[in-house]
Design a protein around this ligand. Structure first.
Ligand SMILES: [Zn+2]
Length: 338
């Protein structure tokens, strides 16, 4: 019976958290210097475990087992959100590594093959799940040429070059290599703890819709512009934010969640009325019917708000099917000025 070496497993989790450690968590966006360093460390640990590691052309780290026969693929991601948790993603990668090691150490299971993967850019700094999409052939080189960092607009190609990966080939799924894929992930919602359970099984993966809303007003002096004539983009944005939070519960499914995780006003000075404001609204749900909202709210917003959202840019580029009328109604009421 193979035995997991808990000390070794926790030791690896603690060690990799040194790359980009930030207070009690980790700041390790994909292709940052800390991320690249952590990938090299991981590849070495894979090698020590008897795997044949490769860091591919988008940064995926894949440790392939030299053993023949049916194989299991295990993994997750080692990049993090800005100031993310130290177990998010990486736990699934190190679990895979430890399973490979434990099986290899037991004579009864030493013949079993496990490949281990750390998927690149799961956290979406360059576009979202670029590593796993590349692995299953869902992106092209042109997509990678076009990929830009979500914060500073820098090119993914330049970051790959800085990481020494410009000539590395992308590794794609080999037909028939795997029996299945397993991914362990830390639960980040607190539900298990609240129900006094140690482990749960994932039953669905949510879809994500994301919108960048830009509000255009008139920038002016905060001391001399009378209140009645102001076109304050920040006020319009906060009204919409507040309405979203008030109205969405009526439309939500049991697992719907929505977040405004980013807000900004320009020029962002205490004595200037914001001429432009921007917020990023995201909602997630496992039920496609709930997600199937049309982008009609864009025109609704445009016609109903004097300080109006000027442009929207859904992150999802797929055609959005006609959505439930309730959602469309909701967007209209959300955009209506009080
Ligand atoms: Zn994760």
């Amino acid at each position: 019976m193979p035995r997991i070496n808990g000390e070794r497993l926790l030791g690896d989790l603690r060690r990799i958290a040194d790359f980009g450690r930030y207070q009690t968590g980790v700041h390790r966006p994909h292709l940052s210097p800390q991320d690249v360093e952590s990938r090299r460390w991981l590849a070495n640990r894979m090698k020590e475990a008897g795997l044949e590691p490769v860091i591919d052309g988008v940064g995926n780290v894949i440790g392939r087992s030299p053993k023949s026969g049916p194989r299991l693929l295990m993994g997750s991601h080692t990049d993090t959100q800005p100031r993310g948790g130290w177990l998010d993603g990486v736990m699934g990668v190190i679990y895979g590594l430890e399973v490979a090691r434990a099986l290899a150490e037991d004579p009864d299971t030493a013949h079993l093959a496990v490949d281990v993967a750390s998927w690149a850019d799961e956290e979406g700094h360059w576009g979202g799940m670029i590593g796993s999409k590349s692995f299953i052939g869902r992106i092209t080189d042109a997509d990678i040429d076009a990929a830009r960092h979500r914060d500073d607009g820098s090119k993914m190609r330049d970051a790959l070059k800085a990481a020494g990966l410009e000539n590395a080939p992308r590794i794609e799924l080999e037909d028939g290599r795997y029996r299945c894929y397993l991914e362990a992930h830390i639960e980040q919602g607190g539900l298990l703890e609240a129900s006094d359970k140690k482990i749960g099984v994932v039953t669905a993966i949510v879809g994500i819709y994301q919108y960048r809303l830009t509000f255009s007003g008139i920038q002016n002096h905060a001391g001399t512009t009378p209140m009645p004539i102001r076109k304050d983009a920040g006020v319009a944005m906060m009204r919409l934010y507040s309405e979203v939070m008030d109205k969405f519960p009526a439309l939500a499914g049991p697992r719907s969640v929505w977040t405004v995780g980013k807000l900004s006003v320009e020029p962002g000075a205490p004595a200037i009325i914001p001429g432009k404001a921007e917020m990023v609204l995201q909602f997630r749900d496992a039920d496609p019917a709930v997600l199937q909202c049309r982008h009609r709210w864009r025109s609704d917003c445009s016609t109903r708000s004097t300080t109006r959202p000027r442009s929207t840019r859904p992150a999802c580029t797929r055609a959005c099917p006609p959505g439930p009328a309730t959602m469309r109604r909701s967007w209209r009421s959300v955009c209506r000025r009080p």
